[in-house]
Design a protein around this ligand. Sequence first.
Ligand code: PLP
Length: 390
Amino acid sequence: MEKIRYFDHAATTATKEEVLKEMLPYFSLNYGNASSMYSIGRKSRKAIEEARQKTAHAIGAEAKEIYFTSCGSESDNLSLKGVAYANRDRGNHIITTKIEHPAVLHTCQHLEKEGFRVTYLNVNEEGFINLSELENAIGKETILISVMFANNEIGTIQPIKEIGEIAKKHQIYFHTDAVQAIGNVRIDVKECNIDLLSMSAHKFYGPKGMGALYVKTGVKFEKIQDGGHQERNMRAGTENVAGIVGLGKAIELAYEKFDGYNEKIMSLRDYYISQIQEKISNTKVNGHRTKRLPGNANISFKYIDGEALLLNLDMKGICASSGSACTSGSLEPSHVLVAIGLSPEMANGALRVTFGDDNTKEDVNYLVDSLVEIVEKLRKTSQEYMKFNK
Ligand SMILES: *Cc1c(COP(=O)(O)O)cnc(C)c1O
């Protein structure tokens, strides 16, 4: 098989060797249950607390404010349901946005069925919420604002500090889904007045099936899973010690190598965008030009079907992602691209390319050359294109 060139780091990343190395002993050597008193149990407990410290340190939190979960989706569920249920006596209104990840959107829909009221804020063409629209949506019943730090499809980074200030002023809890931002953006939860923050290890070169949630001391929230007293009684289930160690190591590495890494992927991204703009006509960069994740490029190719584009890229060993909700096999355009006002045609022709540690400039050249060839081929069979570009 030919070499795989991976440009889908927003979907997942490979677990780093260094991370895996730290995890391995906790499977069959130091396998003790962290709740056990004997030595191998205590070793597990110690490893968990060290990882908690590293995770807290990376975002300017305290160790006791970190709860380990099974994934980013669980962290989002625990944040929204946990705060909603525990603060019912204060109100039933939640504010979020139209471009959240399904882990937030579908949790909100679930809460609506249980009697909560949810406002879904619009975003502009670049994917930003409007701060006065946010402030106007706040009412006496509002208990929680949930706005993602950075969008997974178009990379737009929200004005988190300003949102935190608004939430603080109105004494409303502020949750942010930072699953895409961790490792790519410097985050200080205190400086941004963030009350709850979700993250997921597999998006920053840690293992899949491992998440964490920061909850500021004093925030009233309740557990959503019943069982043992793990994670200070907020998240039942025997701790995934190896996974926790992996998350801790991955987040430590991400912030140790922050500048070099982010400069590298940003320059690959900018090179890619400029090459596409130079070599392929009828394209549009989605999202904001600079206030976006360093490794994210989302470009719409007019007159192109995203699915066909992905299939053709796959034949060349290239992994990327389309703008349609392809995971479910549906042909619906992405809710994010619809929210930023793309026509169905442009949304359908969107390609998300997300760069990471393993990419080189040579890889980008290969990607660009492949796209030039594939787009030309597909456009030749597009009636629309032939009609307008004879
Ligand atoms: C990937 C992702 C999630 C879900 O994380 P999992 O660990 O895969 O459950 C949530 N939010 C955003 C923004 C994501 O990109």
